[in-house]
Design a protein around this ligand. Structure first.
Ligand code: FES
Length: 448
């Protein structure tokens, strides 16, 4: 059997016929760089053949093209393309024992199709300029917590924070259906933002919005960097393009844009709002971007059929099991654009808009009074009938509370009207129990 002497570690290994040098190295646990995963897409597995070059197999076309492109000097061969039929001595790209120690076959770099999200907060700089650094960090971390939760729930991982922007990648670890999960995450990020806005408006008198761009393409994925800051990440044109897709939101006044590549990958699952053709830096000609309204994940489509039904002018949506309300009497459910709070009072269930019509703040946790059939919004002490939605008391603040609220709002021009909003009913939703599950009805007039 032919033998390979690997330098600089001076290890001698048997090399069966027609097995590439890279495979021999792997089999013998000899650290060998192969950034593209041994697919003949790079020259990082190159070897300097010190003895026995005549025993190496003929250069393949792929190898020839790469060697020419990389301008290597003579005597170099690619380990992933070369097998031997006689002994050779070869030096790898590793330089010393330190190099060897830091190399492994894991995550040395491979070309992979991934989905990428870029998000950016619109108007955050003017918003933050008026705040103390402590407030800025506090708000940003609240924002990040929500967004990261959405990304991770959808099987993505946050790759980087760029100021207030987030870069997230889907499919790095071969998770299933990365493109559809990325679109789902992008839409949920916008929903989270909408959920956060009333809080920002109330606490800071201002809010901001986000733009999200999603792209699906090939990138080089691997451990990049050194020391403590080394991380598993992706580089390449696809990353830059995702950032450009995000930027196009400003031009089109949209919130979630996806590239044509994402669209083609998941078009059967999408509800599209609009599309646009535009120039993107670094790309010749116009590209098509799509503004997304909604996505139904592949595994949700069947579930959706089981969990929704139409009757009496309502779309009925399955919530959760009756007995789950024993431990959690108030539960929130989101169906398309509706966010509904289901409350259990005695043996009955009632559905109300999760957002208080006063300032759109969350009703969850509001006090329930079963005797007069009301739910209270604790933000400004407003009470609604949970059966009809009628207002029972509106902004029932004491004089001291009103005074404090006015003082708080004085410096805050956008929020001064908070105490002057006219009373508005809260939306209510009918419920029914089917097979031990609570279902809630959304009038079809409310559906988009
Ligand atoms: S937000 Fe509910 S009373 Fe103000």
């Amino acid at each position: 059997m032919s033998k390979i002497t690997f330098l600089p570690d001076n290890k001698i290994c048997d090399a069966p016929k027609n097995i590439t040098i890279l495979e021999v190295a792997k089999k013998n646990k000899i650290p060998h760089v192969a950034a593209c995963g041994g697919e003949g897409k790079c020259t990082t597995c190159r070897l300097l053949i010190l003895e026995g070059i005549e025993n190496c197999s003929e250069e393949t076309d792929v190898e020839q093209a790469l060697i020419n492109q990389a301008h290597t000097t003579s005597g170099f061969r690619l380990a992933c393309q070369t097998s031997i039929n006689g002994n050779i001595t070869a030096r790898r790209l590793v330089l010393d024992s330190d190099d060897i120690q830091h190399m492994s076959f894991d995550r040395q770099g491979e070309s992979k199709k991934i989905a990428i999200i870029f998000s950016d907060i619109r108007g955050f700089t003017p918003f933050s300029e008026k705040l103390t650094p402590y407030d800025v960090v506090f708000i940003l971390n609240r924002y990040f917590k929500r967004m990261v939760g959405v990304i991770e729930k959808n099987h993505g991982h946050v790759d980087n924070y760029i100021g207030d922007g987030i870069v997230a990648i889907f499919g790095m670890n071969d998770e299933k259906n990365p493109a559809e999960h990325a679109v789902k995450a992008a839409l949920e990020m916008v929903d989270e933002m909408d959920d956060m806005k009333p809080y920002l408006k109330t606490m800071y008198g201002k809010d901001f919005d986000i733009g999200v761009g999603v792209h699906w393409g090939n990138a080089v994925v691997g451990d990049i960097g050194a020391g403590q800051s080394k991380k598993y990440t992706a580089i390449g044109d696809a990353m830059n393009f995702a950032s450009r897709v995000e930027s196009a939101n400003k031009q089109f006044k949209s919130r979630v844009l996806i590239s044509d590549e994402v669209y083609n990958e998941v078009k059967d699952l999408l509800v599209i709002k609009d599309f646009m053709r535009t120039m993107v830096k670094g790309i010749e000609g116009r590209v098509t971007l799509h503004e997304v309204e909604q996505i139904h994940l592949t595994n949700e489509l069947k579930q959706l059929e089981d969990n929704q039904k139409l009757s009496d002018g309502y779309k009925w949506n399955k919530c959760s099991k009756v007995d789950t309300f024993e431990s959690e009497e108030q539960q929130v459910f989101r169906f398309n654009k509706e966010t509904i709070l289901i409350i259990k009072v005695g043996d009955e269930f009632f559905g109300v808009d999760e957002k208080c019509p006063h300032m759109n703040l969350s009703m969850k946790g509001g006090g329930i009074n079963a005797e007069d059939g009301t739910i209270n919004c604790a933000w400004h002490n407003t009470t609604f009938c949970y059966k009809t939605g009628d207002v029972k008391t509106w902004l029932a603040l004491s004089n001291t509370e009103k005074f404090m609220a006015k003082m708080f709002l004085k410096s805050n021009k956008q929020a001064v009207g908070v105490l002057d909003v006219e009373p508005k009913k809260i939306e209510i939703y009918p419920t029914q129990i089917i097979d031990d599950f609570v279902w809630v009805g959304i009038s079809q007039g409310n559906q988009i």
